[in-house]
Design a protein around this ligand. Structure first.
Ligand SMILES: NC(=O)c1ccc[n+]([C@@H]2O[C@H](COP(=O)([O-])OP(=O)(O)OC[C@H]3O[C@@H](n4cnc5c(N)ncnc54)[C@H](O)[C@@H]3O)[C@@H](O)[C@H]2O)c1
Length: 369
C-alpha cells in the first residue's frame, strides 16, 4: 500500500485529542479517518471537531472498515488487551497507549495475536521522540558524558483527570503504573535497552487515600546488567502543572532536561489567561505556559514514525516487547514495595490480576520468588 496511512482511533477524550491533533500536525504520512467511542454523541462530537469522516459507538464496527490500516487505542488500561487482540484479528496494525496492559499474560497474548496476524504492535512511548530527550540521548551516544551510570526520569502532576485512573481495578495501579511506565521505558531506552537486573521501589499513598487504593508517590530504582542505574520518580501530588524531566550522569559529564518548564515562558499575570500547561490548576500569578506542547512531548513525531513503520520505511523503536519489559518492571516494583526488598529479574508471577496486588498482598509476591 502507498499513500497516507489511514488511522482509526478508539476513545474520544484526553489522549484521543492528543493523537488526532498530532497526526494533523505532521500530515504527510497519516490521516485519521474514523473514531469509535461508546458514550452517545462523543464520537460524533470528536469527529466534527477534528474533521474526521466516520464515527462509531462500537470499536468492533470500526474494525470492519477495510480502509482502516492502523488502530490507535486511547481507551482505559483495562481495555488495551482485548481491543488490541480484536484489531489484530481484523488485520489492523495497532498503536497501544501506555501502559501496554494490566497483566503479563495480556502482554503475551497481545504480542502473540499481532505476530500471528502479521500486524505491528506499536507501543506509544512518546518520550522516545521528545526532542529535548532525543538530543540528550544523541549526546550520550556520542560519548559526551563518558560512561553513563545514572539516568533519572520524573513525571509528576496533580492527579489524573478521569475517575477510572483512581480505580485500581480499571487502571492496575497508581502513579507508578500511570506515570512510572514512562520513566521505566525511558531509562531502558536511554541506556541502550540493556537487561534489567533488579528493581527496588518505595510506594505510598500520601494525599489521596480517600480517593484511591493506588500509590500517589513512587520512587523506583532499576539496576541494569551493565551496572548502570535508573531512578524513576512519580507523583500525583504536585500542583502547578505537569513536571517532566530527565537527568543524565556519566564519568565525563552530565545533562539536565526539563521538558515543559524548561521550554516555557516564565509569566506573571494578575488576571490569568486561557491555558498554561497540562494539569495546571490556575493561570494567575506566576506560571510556566508551554508552547508547542505536543511537539515538546514528541507525539506528532511518534505518530509519524509509526505510520512510516506501517509503510515499511522505518523499524519500530517501541513495540510490544518494549511494553512487556515495562510491564515486568512494574510487577517487580509493586512486589518490591510489598516485600520491602529488591526484586531480581526475571520476575514473572502468573495469575496476578493487577500489578498493584503485589504491593497490597505481599504473599502473592513472596509466592512468585
Ligand atoms: N502517552 C501519554 O502520555 C498518555 C497521556 C494520557 C493518557 N494516556 C493513556 O491513554 C489511555 C486513555 O487515557 P485518557 O487520558 O485519554 O482517558 P480518558 O478518560 O480521557 O478517555 C478514555 C476514553 O476511552 C473511551 N472508552 C471507554 N470505554 C471504551 C470502550 N469500551 N471502547 C472504546 N472506547 C472506550 C472513553 O469513552 C473515553 O473517550 C490510557 O491508557 C492512558 O494511560 C497516555
Amino acid at each position: 500500500m502507498t499513500g497516507k496511512v489511514k488511522i482509526g482511533i478508539v476513545g474520544s477524550r484526553f489522549q484521543a485529542d492528543c493523537i488526532a491533533t498530532s497526526v494533523k500536525a505532521m500530515p504527510e504520512e497519516a490521516e485519521v479517518v474514523a473514531v469509535a467511542s461508546p458514550s452517545p454523541g462523543n464520537a460524533e462530537t470528536f469527529a466534527r471537531r477534528h474533521g474526521i469522516a466516520a464515527f462509531h459507538s462500537d470499536y468492533r464496527e470500526m474494525l470492519r472498515d477495510p480502509a482502516i490500516e492502523l488502530v490507535s487505542i486511547t481507551a482505559p488500561n483495562r481495555l488495551h488487551a482485548q481491543i488490541t487482540i480484536d484489531a489484530a484479528r481484523a488485520g489492523k496494525h495497532v498503536v497501544c497507549e501506555k501502559p501496554l496492559c494490566i497483566t503479563l499474560e495480556e502482554a503475551d497474548a497481545m504480542i502473540d495475536a499481532c505476530t500471528k496476524a502479521g500486524v505491528l504492535l506499536l507501543y506509544a512511548e512518546e518520550l522516545f521522540f521528545a526532542p529535548k530527550y532525543v538530543k540528550a540521548k544523541q549526546m550520550a551516544d556520542e560519548g559526551a558524558f563518558g560512561r553513563v551510570h545514572l539516568v533519572k526520569q520524573s513525571e509528576k502532576h496533580s492527579g489524573p483527570h478521569s475517575d477510572w485512573f483512581w480505580d485500581v481495578d480499571q487502571s492496575g495501579g497508581g502513579a507508578l503504573m500511570d506515570l512510572g511506565c514512562h520513566g521505566i521505558a525511558f531509562c531502558w531506552w536511554f541506556l541502550g535497552k540493556p537487561k534489567v537486573k533488579s528493581v527496588y521501589a518505595q510506594l505510598s499513598t500520601q494525599v489521596n487515600s480517600a480517593r484511591t487504593q493506588g500509590d500517589d508517590e513512587a520512587i523506583t530504582v532499576i539496576e541494569f546488567e551493565t551496572g548502570a542505574i535508573g531512578i524513576v520518580e512519580n507523583s500525583w501530588n504536585r500542583p502547578g502543572g505537569m513536571d517532566d524531566s530527565v537527568e543524565v550522569f556519566g564519568d565525563k559529564g552530565q545533562t539536565y532536561a526539563d521538558m515543559l518548564m524548561g521550554n516555557a515562558l516564565p509569566t506573571y499575570s494578575d488576571v490569568g489567561f486561557g491555558y498554561a500547561v497540562e494539569k495546571a490548576g490556575s493561570t494567575r500569578g506566576w506560571t510556566w505556559p508551554v508552547f508547542e506542547e505536543h511537539w515538546n512531548y514528541g507525539f506528532p513525531q511518534e505518530m509519524r514514525h509509526f505510520a512510516r513503520c506501517v509503510r515499511g520505511k522505518e523499524v519500530p523503536v517501541s513495540d510490544g516487547h518494549t511494553g512487556r519489559v515495562v510491564q515486568e518492571v512494574l510487577y517487580a516494583a509493586y512486589a518490591s514495595a510489598g516485600l520491602g526488598r529488591k526484586i531480581m529479574l526475571p520476575f514473572r508471577p502468573k495469575g496476578i490480576k493487577k500489578p498493584i496486588d503485589l504491593w497490597k498482598n505481599p504473599k502473592l509476591a513472596e509466592a512468585a520468588l
